[in-house]
Design a protein around this ligand. Sequence first.
Ligand code: GTP
Length: 273
Amino acid sequence: MEASMPKRKEPGKSLRIKVISMGNAEVGKSCIIKRYCEKRFVSKYLATIGIDYGVTKVQVRDREIKVNIFDMAGHPFFYEVRNEFYKDTQGVILVYDVGQKESFDALDAWLVEMKQDLGPHGNMENIVFVVCANKIDCAKHRCVDESEGRLWAESKGFLYFETSAQTGEGISEMFQTFYLNILDVCEHGGKRPATNSNASFTKEQADTIRRIRNSKDSWDMLGIKPGASRDEVNKAYRKLAVLLHPDKCVAPGSEDAFKAVVNARTALLKNIK
Ligand SMILES: Nc1nc2c(ncn2[C@@H]2O[C@H](COP(=O)(O)OP(=O)(O)OP(=O)(O)O)[C@@H](O)[C@H]2O)c(=O)[nH]1
């Protein structure tokens, strides 16, 4: 009789984690959290004063996770309040507004602030970061495209999601993946599993794509001086083509960078005897 009974799976022990939100003022940190926890959107801007705190329970795989969420004010004025809250964090929701380039450019400074506050013994390697490219509903105002955001995030081993707190797009997928990754870390003794931490492209590829994206003309794009010879153009082109060829490079934006390099070479060779 007992042998034919289906085995009941024992639920895993419940887990308690701390996550924080980071990013410039007004990028939508509070709204992302509200959209997920309360399923609503508030269009009126109410600046977070210092820190907002909330607790929520989620079920991930067979584990119940009690999540303590610290929603940080993005305004520089609240630095002194924020710096109390970086330690003992398992996950960070790092947000920028796709229509506000400064908020994207500020992401590095947010990491620096966190690193400084954690001090020399603080280890950010095993914290799960998810980057939210928020306000994608405002397509008309968008100035940071997906490949640029994804490249920044993935080259640091961070998760990347396109979100809109207003429409809800991407929000639950983002939180589900975020919590799953945190659970993986917790179940690996607090260390990020190797498969989750390495980008599938090199730093050289990521830096080259960024350089090409920001180059001012075709010479600059190929990384050569104006007036260089055909041979120099071809040599520079070949080097970049090997590095960025779509068969070899999976970095976000590599296809566009490769096309731009091909066009730059064609344009330059047309005018060199
Ligand atoms: N269109 C649009 N507006 C959004 C979105 N997310 C937030 N907002 C608006 O952006 C403004 C700022 O949102 P908050 O969530 O308060 O921003 P925050 O990052 O928490 O700001 P601080 O508390 O100052 O750090 C509010 O007016 C929101 O309604 C979104 O996805 N789309």
